[in-house]
Structure formats: C-alpha cells, structure tokens
Write a protein that binds this ligand. Structure first.
Ligand code: GTP
Ligand code: MG
Length: 210
C-alpha cells in the first residue's frame, strides 16, 4: 500500500511501562508492538528517544551492554515500542550473553503482539555475520522485520549510499526480496518521519483487518 506522504504521525504520549526479565513478565495487552534489536551500542535506545522526542525515555550509554531487560514503552495509548538488550557484546561475558540471547529469542518467537521487528545495523560497517545470521533466522522463522541503518550522521552521504548498496547486495545473495530499509540518526533526527510513517501504516493495516 503506498504511503501517504502528507500524513504525519504525532507522538502525543510516550510512557515507560515495564522492564521484564522474561516473556512471562511482559505486559499483557492486545496492542501492536514494534521491537528494536541489534548489536550492543548500535543505537536502539537512542532511536526510541529520537522517535518519541523524549531524551531520557530509554537509557542510553556509550558503554555497550546498557539495556539488560525487555523494556516496554506505550505510545499514544495505542501501540508499543520495545527496547531489547543488544547482542554480540563480548565483554558482557559468555553466561550473560547466553541469558540475553535466550530472553530475546523467546520474546521474538513467542510474543504474539509483534507487528514488526526493526533490526538496527551500524551504517559504518561492512556486513557482519552476527547481523546477517540473525536476519536469515528471522526470514526462516517468518518474523516480519525491517532494517534500520543507524548513526548516519557519522558518514558522508556518498559513503552511506555505498555501504547500504553493499549491504543490499549481500542480502540479495541469500534472499530474493529485500526487507523495508530505513536510515536513522538520533543526532540529526534523520529517518524519524519515515520510520513513524511506516509504523503508522502497519497500525492502520492492522486496524483494517480486525
Ligand atoms: P545497548 O543497550 O548496550 O545494547 O546499546 P543501544 O543499542 O541501546 O545503544 P545506545 O542507544 O545506548 O547508544 C550507544 C552509543 O551510541 C551512545 O553513546 C549514543 O550516544 C551513541 N549513538 C546512538 N545513536 C547515535 C546516532 O545516531 N549518531 C551518533 N553519532 N551516535 C549515536
Ligand atoms: Mg540500549
């Protein structure tokens, strides 16, 4: 369905609801959830703050491994943003990393509210197997996802375009079709409107199919 470019999602309210250590503790509701996942330090929590316009809503840190629980934020009393712990951070320790992986996997595979999972990838890097393996796993499990290339403020536009092209080509080696792809910067707010419009579009589609 084409996007209505004139329509702009307005964030009227954004509230932290709960941090959960496991799926069973997550809030019970029937609203759609948009989940942010990716390597530690990629900018998941910062993006949640940027999208909602509330700087301290999700906890951000220069030290990887900041988010350690499943965090639910209720937006406009009609949908949720979910911040997950990052994957792939070596200093977290093997045991803790396994706990995060288990928490994330159980949440992603069992949470019925998930409307879309946003996989965040640092736009500065070449395709990393930890991300592409995860994307392959999502595809194989039929989980709806989109990719967001983060920290675009750190790159010149031509380099950004080249990096994204390289990533697309890499994905096309495995997949016939590309997922929706966005770019973001929590510094200059690149991507805010596009990502919110995409969420709005899915929310509308879900309403229509109810
Ligand atoms: P974990 O919770 O550890 O998994 O990390 P995270 O993915 O939630 O990252 P977080 O939002 O905490 O950001 C990590 C670091 O990157 C912080 O120092 C942020 O200020 C910085 N950062 C996040 N997004 C951007 C961005 O778009 N541009 C720039 N320049 N820095 C960013
Ligand atoms: Mg975080």
């Amino acid at each position: 369905m084409p996007f209505n470019k004139n329509k702009k999602m307005i964030i009227r309210s954004a509230n932290f609801v709960k941090s959960s250590a496991e799926l069973q503790q997550c809030p019970e509701h029937n609203l759609p959830e948009y989940v942010f996942i990716g390597r530690s330090n990629v900018g998941k929590s910062s993006l949640i703050n940027m999208l909602t316009g509330i700087n301290a809503l999700a906890k951000v840190s220069g030290t990887p491994g900041k988010t350690q629980l499943i965090n639910h934020f209720e937006i406009n009393k009609s949908w949720y943003l979910v911040d997950l712990p990052g994957y792939g951070f070596t200093k977290t320790g093997k045991k803790q990393r396994a706990v995060f992986a288990d928490m994330n996997t159980k949440f992603i595979t069992n949470r019925e509210n998930i409307a879309c999972l946003f996989v965040l990838i640092d736009s500065r890097h070449e395709p990393q197997s930890i991300d592409t393996t995860f994307v392959d796993w999502l595809g194989a499990n039929g989980i709806p996802f989109a990719i967001i290339f983060t920290k675009t403020d750190k790159l010149k536009p031509a380099v950004l375009t080249a990096n994204i092209e390289a990533y697309k080509n890499h994905l096309l080696e495995t997949w016939e079709e590309l997922p929706p792809i966005f770019t973001s910067s929590s510094v200059n707010r690149n991507g805010k409107e596009e990502i919110l419009n995409y969420i709005d579009q899915i929310n509308t589609d879900l309403e229509l199919t109810k």
